[in-house]
Design a protein around this ligand. Structure first.
Ligand code: SF4
Length: 383
């Protein structure tokens, strides 16, 4: 029984497919590259936007064309199915249980343990969300927040350490909701700092409404990467309210200022939705004005796509969304250049992921011309 795996979307999806790969290999199934012959292809879907769902369907058609005899299982949620799909499972546990039952006589072959990829490992700490942002369908298929026991997380990080992994990324749907027993997110991070020696700890997407002083204090530790993916969505308080985000642009700015007080080179990346229903030209201009205050390293811009949710506001025309996308994109490019300028001449400890390229702690991509293979080394580099 040979299985191929494909994932679409964010670091959370990547970590889930990585975990599934490990579980399948531990159970004796052979994981092959999607270009090799296989019996089953599992696709971890992303349906956060229309575009992401379209990419998922394209990938499914592509894998079917490459290997027409393979079954296709989807993990996750799709608004619209296609005939190429044989089965859909809500999560990793569902797909694993089904495979173990359905294919138990198809000769799992003992296989070597799945090695955690060197350099950086994605560690899933929670799933689901307790909030109700008006544009979001995540809760529909991932439910309320559920956290992974802290001892399991520590064991996984210690294993990664043994495999010489230098950086971990804590991932989840809304990681600041982490709560297992009395351990909340800051307490978990302190445990990781105390009980492991992993050189670098990075956080995935952060929800501004949950950022507090205890969290900010964590950033004083040199092992925590000064890079926050702090989801903004809009710079207009009126739109943030319609989105039910429960923070204001001013609170967002305060967080950014506080992080840069701790380390002026803290990079901020974000997501912004343009053309949210009811977004007027003034709201959009407020977003542009606000963005200019931050110096973002990267802005992921999403033209709003309705995901079957009820909305009382007037839809924004597609051509206006496109125009707003282009305008914001231009500003985002300028912001990136501005932030990168600040880096010039600074000495940064770069973790090389490949022979000549790696990342500074604040997620600046660094290239160094050298004959030496620098992969998986942390080296001080003048930018
Ligand atoms: S916080 Fe994130 S995951 Fe939770 S409802 Fe809002 S957008 Fe969705």
């Amino acid at each position: 029984m040979k299985i191929a795996l494909t994932t679409i979307g964010c670091k959370l999806n990547q970590s889930e497919i990585q975990d599934l790969k490990k579980d399948l290999q531990d159970a004796g199934y052979i994981i092959v590259n999607k270009n090799q012959m296989h019996d089953l292809h599992i696709v971890n879907a992303c349906s956060i936007t229309h575009g992401a769902e379209q990419i998922t369907r394209q990938k499914i058609r592509e894998v079917k064309r490459l290997n027409p005899h393979s079954q296709i299982f989807v993990m996750g949620y799709l608004n619209k199915s296609i005939p190429e799909i044989n089965k859909v499972f809500k999560n990793k546990e569902g797909v694993l249980k089904y495979i173990k039952n359905r294919y138990k006589n198809q000769g799992p072959i003992p296989n070597s343990k799945f090695p955690i990829p060197k350099t950086r490992a994605l560690i899933k700490i929670q799933d689901g969300c307790n909030f109700d942002c008006s544009y979001c369908i995540i809760k529909k298929f991932r439910g309320h927040s559920k956290s992974i026991p802290s001892d399991k997380i520590i064991t996984q990080i210690k294993q990664a350490e043994k495999q010489d992994v230098k950086e971990i990324v804590l991932v989840g749907v809304n990681i600041l909701l982490y709560k297992f027993g009395k351990t909340d997110f800051p307490a978990l991070v302190k445990m990781i700092l105390n009980e492991t020696k992993i050189p670098r700890i990075r956080f995935s997407s952060l929800d501004p409404r949950l950022v507090n002083l205890t969290f900010l204090n964590l950033l004083k530790n040199k092992r925590i990467c000064p890079h926050l993916h702090l989801s903004l969505q809009s710079g207009s308080n009126r739109i943030l309210k319609l989105m039910n985000r429960q923070y204001t642009a001013q609170k967002y700015l305060q967080i950014v200022k506080a992080t840069r007080k701790i380390n002026p080179l803290t990079s901020i990346t974000t997501d912004i939705i343009v053309g949210f229903p009811g977004e007027t030209e003034k709201d959009f201009q407020d977003t542009l004005k606000f963005v200019k205050k931050i110096d973002f390293l990267k802005i992921h811009i999403f033209p709003y796509s309705a995901r079957g949710l009820r909305c009382e506001q007037e839809e924004v025309e597609e051509k206006i969304k496109k125009k707003r996308f282009n305008k914001l994109n231009k500003i985002a490019e300028g912001q990136k250049k501005k932030f990168l300028k600040k880096m010039k001449g600074k000495i940064m400890p770069v973790l090389f992921e490949q022979k000549e390229t790696g990342y500074a702690p604040n997620y600046i991509l660094v290239k160094k011309k050298t004959k030496e293979n620098l992969a998986n080394k942390i080296i001080n580099i003048r930018i």
